[in-house]
Design a protein around this ligand. Structure first.
Ligand code: 13P
Length: 256
């Protein structure tokens, strides 16, 4: 089994100005010794703060973007192309976050094309999948994540890195979470889908994160599961103290 490095990733969504990003980075810089070298760390600020983040974040904290357009360039007012992100030093790009799917009508097929665009530009897509409450109640969780994973991987480049994040929509920003065992079961299913559509070796190496109401007090219960390789965190990633506390908890330290 390939060794998978844990990954803690913050998604700031539509929060923080450039000045607020700088203040976060300054606080984080005082805590970098708490970011254990055995794991990877990343934060996804809004587009407007990406170039500053690349300069002021500690080198151990990679910069991610929250979205990208699938085309290389062109008449798409308000959109951002992969090469523009790559130029800023962006490492990861979230694809198909449930808020993008829900409010901006992103389709499974568009997510697949975005994954390909991000990989072609030399960055790592973070494909977000997850069922909503009605789908969960209808017993459709496995079918939904299977459909989203297959479509997301449909145009992925052979051998290029990808991260998958399982975020049940009903757990995002609600304080509700699945049990760690339930999250593990869904993520194991996602890994089996990757194995089927890609290969055993690729599936063993791909990092799959859990996301939805993760905080310092519960992160370890998820990342201790054998198939859960880290966390994608919204609200609790906005304060440097809680970001660091999650990093410490995930890598085996005691949370104060
Ligand atoms: P919360 O951690 O605020 O529930 O958000 C999760 C999320 O959507 C991260 O992408």
């Amino acid at each position: 089994m390939a060794l998978r490095r844990p990954l803690l990733m913050g998604n700031w969504k539509m929060n923080k100005t450039v000045a607020e990003t700088r203040a976060f980075a300054e606080a984080l810089a005082r805590e970098t010794s708490a970011l254990d070298a055995s794991a990877d760390y990343a934060v996804c600020p809004p587009f407007t703060a990406l170039s500053l983040a690349k300069v002021v974040f500690p080198t151990r904290v990679a910069v991610g973007a929250q979205n990208v357009h699938e085309a290389a360039s062109g008449a798409f007012t308000g959109e951002i192309a992969a090469a523009m992100l790559k130029e800023l030093g962006v490492t990861y790009v979230l694809i198909g976050h449930s808020e993008r799917r829900q409010y901006f009508h992103e389709t499974d097929a568009a997510c697949g094309r975005k994954v390909a665009a991000v990989q072609a530009a030399g960055m790592i897509p973070v494909l977000c999948v997850g069922e909503n409450e009605a789908e969960r109640d209808a017993g459709e969780t496995e079918a939904v994540v299977e459909r989203q994973t297959e479509a997301g991987l449909a145009e992925a480049a052979e051998g290029s890195a990808i991260v998958i994040a399982y975020e049940p929509v009903w757990a995002i920003g609600t304080g509700k979470t699945p049990t760690p065992a339930d999250a593990e079961a869904v993520i194991a299913h996602i890994r089996a889908v990757v194995e089927r559509v890609k290969s055993v070796d690729f599936a063993a190496s791909v990092r799959i994160l859990y996301g939805g109401s993760v905080k310092p007090e519960n992160i370890r219960s998820f990342t201790d599961q054998p198939n859960i390789d880290g966390a994608l965190v919204g609200g609790a990633s906005l304060q440097p103290e809680s970001f660091v506390a999650m990093a410490v908890a995930m890598t085996g330290g005691e949370v104060e």
